[in-house]
Design a protein around this ligand. Structure first.
Ligand code: C5P
Length: 204
């Protein structure tokens, strides 16, 4: 079983992905962490060819053997990761790694291009969306950021870069189910997504 979750920053992909992975016994893979780790490697002066990434079953990410999971979610790497994510050679490396992880096991994978590029034959494809304002409020709350308008500006810049890049731009797959999370609680979104997965399991 492959479940693909895509959508813009702070749309709720991680909370939904974690819940579905636990409910259906799948490995949960946050592909954004990989782009963040490549950006961290670049900051440390590592060329792409010298970057080795691995993840463990708990979703911890190792950069050349070092567990960097707790270093990845900073405003600096928000921006740097979205810049490295425009590079074709970076995407090729990471897409290949993501497909190898997904091969032969049940996964919930979340990112920007999972349903369109990484796992185009995924059993379930979900595209989460929410207004930029709502996403900025959630992100600012999550990070205890005092200035929501700055968070909003950063999110809009990142979305724009993700949507307009030449390689694998952020787009719902044509067979994705779009869930708008603006006026829904997390439980409602999880329940809607679980119904989609159950329906697909019945069809198989
Ligand atoms: O999901 P997250 O915010 O951690 O992702 C960081 C950045 O990595 C995103 O802004 C996006 O530019 C990039 N990304 C991507 N494709 C993915 C996952 C993330 O381009 N599948």
């Amino acid at each position: 079983m492959q479940i693909a979750i895509d959508g813009p920053a702070a749309a709720g992909k991680t909370s939904l992905g974690r819940a579905l992975a636990s409910r259906f016994g799948c490995l949960f893979v946050e592909t954004g962490k990989m782009y963040r780790a490549v950006a961290l490697g670049a900051e440390r002066g590592l060329p792409l060819a010298e970057i080795d990434l691995t993840i463990d079953k708990n979703g911890h990410l190792f950069l050349n053997g070092e567990d960097v999971t707790d270093l990845l979610h900073t405003p600096r790497l928000d921006e740097a990761s979205s810049k490295v994510a425009t590079r074709r050679e970076v995407r090729e490396r990471l897409v290949d790694l993501q497909r190898r992880i997904a091969a032969g096991q049940d996964v919930v994978m979340e990112g920007r291009d999972i349903g369109t590029v990484v796992l185009p034959r995924a059993d379930v494809k979900i595209f989460l969306q929410a207004s930029a304002r709502e996403r900025a409020l959630r992100r600012a709350r999550e990070r205890n950021a005092p200035d929501v308008s700055l968070t909003l500006e950063e999110l809009i810049a990142r979305d724009e870069r993700d949507r307009t890049r030449d390689v694998a731009p952020l787009n719902p797959a044509c067979d994705a189910t779009i869930i708008d999370t603006d006026r829904k609680s997390l439980d409602e979104v999880i329940s809607e997504a679980q119904d989609l997965v159950k329906e697909r399991l019945r069809e198989r």
